[in-house]
Design a protein around this ligand. Structure first.
Ligand code: S3P
Length: 172
């Protein structure tokens, strides 16, 4: 399928870049977090607090399995930062399309995520340590499943788009 899957850490800019890229390229934008909150009629914080992280991960897997099942094309799919961790989800990526890892430095992530209250895994202080610990677990996973890695620090959306276009050209 001819979709674009945006992966990366919380705060990497998947949603903001994804919306911009989708509208510029006449594609449909989907965000797994927003979609889950819509289906569940509650926030991710609430899902984590009441049902726990594993229940949320099951919801993520069910959702991308549904996208793959529907065989829709022309979507930009921004996935939650923890979604690529499950191997079965990464297998579904292969059916869905091209995986782009929006990589950002810890400094950038710290700046963007300080004061954020919407992400349960970062709640309760020690933001930098939390980011570093999670990133250490996820770094290789993100890099290994990406068809393209784009370092987004100090890059404009146009520059990120150029990298994607160049990759598409090379594949022809
Ligand atoms: C998570 C990332 C969040 C959201 C949830 C868990 C993670 O999405 O799915 O809070 O485990 O990294 P964003 O990456 O869109 O912030």
């Amino acid at each position: 399928m001819d979709n674009i899957i945006l992966i990366g850490f919380m705060g990497a800019g998947k949603t903001s870049f994804g919306k911009w890229y989708a509208s510029k390229n006449n594609m449909q934008f989907v965000d797994t977090d927003v979609h889950i909150e819509k289906i569940q009629h509650r926030s991710i914080n609430d899902i984590f607090a009441k049902d726990g992280e594993e229940a949320f991960r099951d919801m993520e897997t069910a959702l991308i399995a549904e996208y793959a099942e529907k065989k829709s094309s022309g979507m930009v799919i921004s996935v939650g930062g923890g979604l690529p961790v499950r191997e079965c989800n990464r297998k579904l990526f292969k059916e869905l399309g091209t995986v782009i890892y929006l990589r950002a430095s810890t400094d950038t992530l710290c700046k963007r995520l300080s004061g954020d209250r919407s992400r349960p895994l970062l709640a309760g202080g020690g933001l930098r340590e939390k980011i570093e610990a999670l990133m250490a677990k996820r770094k290789d996973i993100y890099e290994d499943c990406a068809d393209l890695i784009v370092d987004t620090d100090d890059k404009s959306f146009e520059q990120v788009e150029e990298k994607i276009m160049a990759m598409k050209e090379n594949r022809r």
